[in-house]
Design a protein. Sequence first.
Length: 472
Amino acid sequence: MSQQPTHQTRRDALKAMGLLGGASMFGLASVSAQETPAKPEGFYGELKTLVDQTPMVDSHEHLADEAQRLRGIKRWTTLFEHYFSDDFVAAGLDRSTVFGREANNVEPLELWKRVEPYWNAVKNTGYGQAARISIRELYGIEEINESTIPALQDAYEKSFTKGFYRRFLQEHAGLESCQVDRGPYSETRHPTFLFQDMNIMSMISPGDVPGLARRVGTTVNDLSGWHETIRLFFQKYAPFATAIKSAIAYERGIDFAKVAPEAAEEPFKKRLEKQPLTGEELKCMQDHLFWFCVQQANEYSLPVKLHTGYYVGNNNMPIGRLSANPAQASDLCRMSPETRWMFMHTCYPYGKEMIAVAKHYSNAHLQSCWAWIIDPMGTKNFLKEYIVTAPANKIHVFGGDYTFVESVIGHARIARNGVCAALYELVQEGYLSEKDALELVEPLLRGNARRIFQLEKKYELAKTVPWATEER
């Protein structure tokens, strides 16, 4: 009788590599391990095993808390909704027929019939591959077609049980922790796992001024009152936050002039009174408040995350504006050398220019969050170029950037495959030794993020949050 192959669990591999102790601080040691197939042979096998078994820090998500998802609508097309729906629309689908509110009561098979004409055109994109990997990993569905939709819908509904966030993210995706961007600051019930960023969009381009003010007990009548509201908001939440975040690049450039409060007072007053602002007035107010928030971030030693590059959605991306992001990023680094800038998404498709920024400025850091599913091959090549060009301690390679937790699994797999391929190719091409490549895995997947975002400190502080949680 032939001998059965030996399979190594995630727990065994972590122990063998000395990683379990560090992972246990973030809860991975208590997660039931997945069985993994026998590793490939040779150096590639050694590298792939290390990449696959090293827990990753996920530095960017938009996840609601688990309790909210447990109450929500459960339809299989949710797996296609965030990002992947953009490819369907680009291929010709009317988004509302599958992902609009009127589709909530449409039968699962009918929804498939509406997307099927476009399926072969989009299933191999990064978005499509992430969805297919997640469906295969979580629900055991190898092929998505009319005959498998009922089983997919059934498995999808049954997967929503208490604890599915940690089960999906830790056990299946191998994530150590996540950083979530959801509003100005979300009082999550899972603070030691779903770390939260402070989104400053409502501070620098205020809409609901009374709503933010209520959270810190202030009344805002003028710019100084808004300054005090922002200060108190940082005082309340910055100790627990991992970074501040702005996605204002969807609306304008990231060219922020340093504007005196006297110049911003009148535009802010008009905003309070709900009067329209000219483009010049709006930029003046936003510029002033942006730097006010950056100053607060510096005081609390928080990195500043900025969206750069590609836009989500369809038919609304002025690519000329995107092309200016790297030059504007270099200006920010020069204007505030004490700030730790984190430029997101590789500024796709302008990654090469962003590598130049990271190489030149000591306070410039890059993230490839989202990028692995926008352009998997391009992001692999970006990582290769980055490693042999700029300091390797200033890049972090993964952030799922999803609203729905189930989609993160596929993205994590694509990212791991890309990191492994990038390092292996650099060895094959003579740029790295095997030892060099192996040594880069830990900092790329989690070490850099742990340091940049002070995650050990944040983990301890998260245990003391003053709101109710499910962790104590």
